[in-house]
Design a protein around this ligand. Structure first.
Ligand code: NAD
Length: 492
């Protein structure tokens, strides 16, 4: 298997870590090493932030027009598109996700995100505000400065693009910290940035442990804005650290999203939607529909179909095009999922399918786990309350709409929800009653760059994607001009 070596990308150049130390990332299907990475420390973070600061204050970047920045972002989109196969392969080697997902979903969506923000760059504007008196009042939207962007391992480049593209469109410069398990695509993007002429220091990447490198980035006084996608626990730590510098922060955190199926739903569409909602990307999805709320009257028929389809999902080697379901990202993640399955059994949930590692030589070296469905789950159980971040579906039944809403909202999270019904009035009623940032009606897991995404409650702060994210990377400056005669006569 091929193995790449990456340094840190600072100020437009590839450099070694000051310590000279490295670490490795491995292919989750076999455990083989696929990349050797530079292990950054505090001194490297400082270098990267200084490069980003210099590029923000003095380099070519602040002199470029928004139109030129937008054009560069569209060139980045094209650069990734031109190397679609290469990026998709790197993403699969790091994460273990099936190549058909990387090729058809992850990387094409990254291209769309850069395209979208390329188009948006010169449409970021302020307002003219009608204030009383003889004044002209207007606002400017100015870039917030140097942005520290910390991203997770489940959609490495896609989730990074949600931050990088709007930050650059707004005129910020960035230092990105990818997850240690999956850094290759965020690093490889640096080569595209150089190829298309993004000025040095605008895009920087540092790799290393989150608790050291991520924390040093959050705490660095040269960083004006911190954006994290990760666990809610990490979000709390980052908030605490960022509070010392009163930094602008945005957080995309965990979820335990309800996918609610009413008895009048189209049965086949809802079964496929439930399956896609939980098992896409091996369940390693922040907005996964991990709680299936099912109306009692359709339980038997629905679960019969769902379990049959879950058993038909093709597990296999991630690089084979027919594979629909790969290994989990790491041994640690596999053990976490196993722990939750044990707890489900202990608390009295009924295992309908899965609940174990698949057998056979093909799976012996990877972190594989079967698509798993539990029924008879009660809302207080751990598998109904905690984010598993793996292929485990907890099925809870409800009698009527009121009960469905109450169970749906019985969570610390509020990232997403699905509603399956043919009754349009009910769909809107329930959508309004659920405390979550993203509601899908008769669909699930749709994430176009035009529509905002983010969480209520402990699922986060702020909205990414769409035009909404621009507020996370800009400051509003109000400017007031006196147009009258005589000025202020307060003191005579
Ligand atoms: P994680 O919180 O362990 O790590 C995320 C990133 O934060 C990594 O780059 C990590 O190195 C870094 N990090 C860890 N500790 C840090 C610290 N003390 N200071 C600064 N940085 C630190 O999350 P993960 O395991 O990589 O990803 C899975 C989690 O991410 C799940 O909870 C999932 O729901 C969440 N997620 C949320 C969204 C969303 O959009 N809401 C999307 C994907 C994943």
């Amino acid at each position: 298997m091929e193995k790449r070596k990456y340094g840190l990308f600072i100020g437009g150049d590839w450099v070694e870590a000051e310590s000279g130390e490295t670490f490795f990332s491995a292919f989750p299907a076999t455990g083989e090493v696929v990349a050797e990475l530079a292990k950054a420390g505090k001194a490297d973070v400082d270098k990267a932030v200084k490069a980003a600061r210099a590029a923000f204050e003095e380099g070519k970047w602040p002199k470029l027009s928004a139109t030129e920045r937008g054009r560069l972002l569209r060139k980045v989109a094209q650069g990734i598109q031109d190397r679609l196969e290469e990026f998709a392969r790197l993403e699969t080697l790091d994460t273990g996700k099936p190549i058909r997902d990387s090729l058809r979903i992850d990387i094409p969506m990254v291209v769309d995100v850069f395209d979208y923000y390329g188009g948006l760059a010169d449409k970021i504007m302020g307002e003219t505000i009608p204030v009383p008196g003889n004044f002209l009042d207007f606002t400017l939207r100015e870039p917030v400065g140097v942005a520290g962007l910390i991203v997770p391992w489940n959609y490495p480049l896609f989730l990074a693009s949600w931050k990088i593209a709007p930050a650059l469109a707004a005129g910020c410069t960035v230092v990105v910290k990818p997850a240690s398990l999956t850094p290759q695509t965020v690093l490889e993007l640096a080569n595209v940035m150089n190829e298309v002429g993004v000025p040095p220091g605008v895009y920087n990447v540092i790799t290393g442990p989150g608790s050291e490198v991520g924390a040093a980035l959050v705490e660095h006084p040269g960083v004006d804005k911190v954006a994290l996608t990760g666990e809610t626990q990490t979000g709390k730590l980052v908030m605490e650290m960022a509070s010392k510098g009163v930094k602008n922060i945005s957080l995309e955190l965990g979820g335990k999203s309800p996918n609610i199926v009413f008895e009048d739903a189209s049965m086949d569409e809802a079964v496929r939607g439930a399956l896609f909602g939980i098992f896409m990307n091996q369940g390693e999805v922040c907005c996964a529909g991990s709680r299936l709320l099912l109306q009692e009257s359709i339980k038997e028929e629905f679960l019969g179909k769902l379990v049959e389809m879950a058993r038909g999902i093709r597990l296999g080697h991630p690089l084979e095009r027919e594979t629909q379901f790969g290994p989990l990202v790491s041994q640690e993640q596999l053990e976490k999922v196993e722990g939750y399955v044990e707890s489900g059994l202990e608390e009295g949930a009924q295992l309908l399918t899965g609940g174990k590692r698949p057998q056979g030589e093909a799976f012996s070296k990877g972190f594989y786990y079967e698509p798993t469905v539990f029924s008879e789950v009660k809302p207080h159980m751990k598998i109904a309350q905690e984010e598993i971040f793996g292929p485990v579906l907890s099925v809870i039944t409800f009698k009527d709409e009121k009960e469905a809403i109450s169970i749906a909202n019985d969570t610390i999270y509020g990232l997403a929800a699905g509603i399956w019904t043919r009754d349009v009035k009910r769909a809107f009623r329930v959508a309004k009653a659920i405390k979550a940032g993203n509601i899908w009606i008769n669909t699930y897991n749709m994430l176009p760059p035009q529509a905002p995404f983010g969480g209520y409650k402990m699922s986060g702060i702020g909205r990414e994607l769409g035009i909404h994210v621009i507020s996370l990377y800009t400051e509003v400056k109000n400017i007031m001009v006196y147009l009258g005669k005589g000025g202020v006569k307060w003191f005579g």
